[in-house]
Design a protein around this ligand. Structure first.
Ligand code: SAT
Ligand code: MN
Length: 591
């Protein structure tokens, strides 16, 4: 096994890291070890190598300069929740919301898979920092991987390389993430988390959230555990700044499940009537939240890039994303046109000739682009990238917004009466499943705080922690719930969505400022139809009333469902949250 001479300096920067690399190399037996410095030259070199190996296909460079297509194995196109485990000493610490395995057993299982798995391959050492390099809230990790595609993605998604390694040396601690694509056999695929050891072992997948360990594995599952010990929150939230024509900016953090429009909302283009309004993106997937000295809650985005859903992205739905991914972007699992342009469902023009698996396109085989096909791109390419996106202290939040994808029941928007009531709104989120995970699509499931696949510990403890964090805030953000996905009986969406969602955000911000009206209902505060600006919107007659209606019978059934779900968490359930639910039930019964 060889370590190139130019990497000896990096290896000598941190003894703790290099000892761990040696240990892993003894187990996995790579042909060579490559320490990533994170430079542009290294990135181009790895790109060239992958192109030579035909793993990365250059797209039409005249139209998409610096853009490449990567095709993952057809069985490896989404997160695998059924193969994802949280391995705590006590099973109850992982909670009923996680698959659990005893740490010793999980290590045994994984080490057997890793044994000799890098023979004939290169072991890449990828030091990374989640969050700005100079932020006290950032946390570092090292991913060891045998996939150069993962290295390229980590370079776009995190602060990767020498500077991160230097910070690790200053911090004296890092999360250990070991990853191998193995033989991509779904029978030999596991994503294991050891929060008590701050480590991750992932085998058998090269895809997104399974393989880019800085993302869901570290920044959510491990970080949520660290956050509880240290008094902060690691959340599945976009962060966005909304600037009104007077130049006043309000920051919102919004939690929606995967593939429910976080990227679109984070990059929203105001509707034509909203002259002078601007929307600034800080993050599109993950937020780390800390109490500030002033009693407000501050958010940073631990990531530095976007791993966004491609299908549906176009100049109308998300112009900023559409413009962002015209250069220096890695496309995963999209289709191709005859001119070697990337193509996906939702593009108004172009014709696919080759599908995402590289076959001649035939509609009988399903969509041309994989429904969970993705773009990876540096956040700073976004025309709406916020000036404060890299602020070490983050941005103060005016509001936290929860939401899910629900055909029925949940109104367009409503506001919690208090922080603890807001925790109930979050804990009660349910959403129809999407292509972001390998399971049936469109099935309604409980997805508290959009964290069902990502909370690294027992949800009951997590809700207690939420309540505790809120109790320490003198000026907590107001909490809301939205639903952009209501449908009429014929399956048509009742709300136009996309840019027009700003109309709802405007009401939310005005509520935070205390300048908008609302009516009290059994589930929280809702706008009256006249409180929501629908000027210039073409909506079906009665649609707005339906979007703002609260049916006590349906909500009674919903709260009973939540009560049943909470019962699954037994004794660990926080009493304050139970009491909030009991009060909510009493309110709908009284209606
Ligand atoms: O595959 S990822 O986890 O990175 C994307 C998602 O599901 O949100
Ligand atoms: Mn996500």
């Amino acid at each position: 096994m060889a370590t190139a001479p130019q990497h000896v300096t990096l290896a000598s920067l941190n003894l703790q890291v290099s000892q761990w690399v040696d240990e892993v190399a003894r187990l996995t037996q790579p042909d060579q070890i490559f320490w990533c410095d994170g430079s542009e030259a290294e990135f181009s070199m790895l790109e060239r190598e992958l192109v030579a190996e035909k793993e990365l296909l250059p797209l039409n460079q005249a139209s998409y300069p610096g853009c490449y297509l990567y095709r993952s194995h057809p069985s490896d196109v989404a997160r695998v929740e059924h193969l994802t485990f949280v391995c705590t000493r006590e099973k109850d610490d992982a909670g009923p919301n996680n698959h659990w395995m005893a740490p010793a057993e999980a290590h045994r299982k994984m080490d057997a898979l890793f044994d000799g798995c890098m023979k004939g391959r290169t072991l890449y050492v990828v030091p990374y920092c989640m969050g700005p390099l100079d932020s006290p809230f950032s946390r570092c990790g090292v991913e060891i991987t045998d996939s150069a595609y993962v290295v390229l993605n980590m370079k776009l998604m995190t602060r990767m390389g020498q500077a991160a390694l230097e910070r690790i040396t200053r911090d004296g601690t890092f999360v250990k993430g070991l990853h191998s694509v193995g033989d991509l056999n779904p029978e030999r695929r596991f994503i294991m988390h050891f929060p008590e050891e701050l480590s991750i072992k992932s085998f058998g997948s090269g895809y997104g959230g399974n393989a880019l360990l800085g993302k869901k594995c570290h920044a959510l599952r491990i970080a949520s555990w660290q956050a509880r010990t240290e008094g902060w929150l690691a959340e599945h939230m976009l962060i966005v700044g909304i600037e009104n024509p007077q130049g006043e900016i309000h920051y919102l953090a919004c939690a929606f499940p995967s593939a429910c429009g976080k990227t679109n909302l984070a990059m929203l283009i105001p509707p034509a009537q909203y002259k002078g309004w601007k929307v600034w993106t800080l993050g599109d997937d993950i937020a780390w939240l800390h109490a500030g000295k002033d009693g407000r809650l501050y958010a940073i985005n631990p990531e530095s890039g976007y791993f966004g859903v491609v299908p549906g992205t176009n100049a109308k739905t998300n112009k900023n994303a559409y413009d962002t991914i015209r250069t220096d972007t890695i496309f995963t699992n999209v289709a191709l046109t005859a001119d070697n342009l990337p193509w996906w469902e939702g593009l108004p023009d172009g014709t696919p000739v080759t599908d995402w698996q590289g076959r001649p396109y035939d509609p009988a085989n399903g969509p041309a682009a994989q429904p969970n096909s993705r773009f990876t791109v540096a956040a700073k390419q976004n025309p709406a990238y916020s000036k404060l996106a890299e602020a070490p202290g983050g941005v103060p939040l005016s509001a936290i917004v929860f939401g899910g994808r629900r055909r029925t029941l949940a109104p367009l928007v409503y506001q919690a009466r208090s922080w603890v009531h807001g925790v109930l709104l979050g804990a009660g989120v349910a959403s129809e499943t999407t292509a972001a995970a390998t399971s049936a699509v469109g099935v309604l499931r409980r997805d508290p705080m959009a964290m069902k696949p990502f909370a690294g510990y027992n949800f009951a403890d997590y809700w207690s922690h939420w309540i505790n964090v809120g109790a320490k805030l003198k000026s907590p953000p107001q909490i809301f719930h939205v639903n952009w996905f209501r449908q009429d009986d014929s399956g048509k969406f009742l709300w136009p969505g996309f840019g027009d969602n700003l109309r709802v955000l405007r009401w939310i911000i005005d509520r935070c400022k205390g300048t908008a009206a609302a009516r009290e209902t059994a589930i929280g505060q809702l706008p009256n139809a006249k409180d929501l600006d629908v000027n210039g919107l073409e909506m079906a007659p009665g649609a707005l009333d339906e979007l703002l209606a609260v049916s006590p019978e349906l909500w009674q059934a919903e709260f009973e469902g939540i009560a049943e779900y909470f019962a699954g968490f037994g004794e660990r359930m926080p009493a304050a949250l139970q009491a909030e639910l009991t009060a909510a039930l009493a309110r709908v019964e009284a209606n």
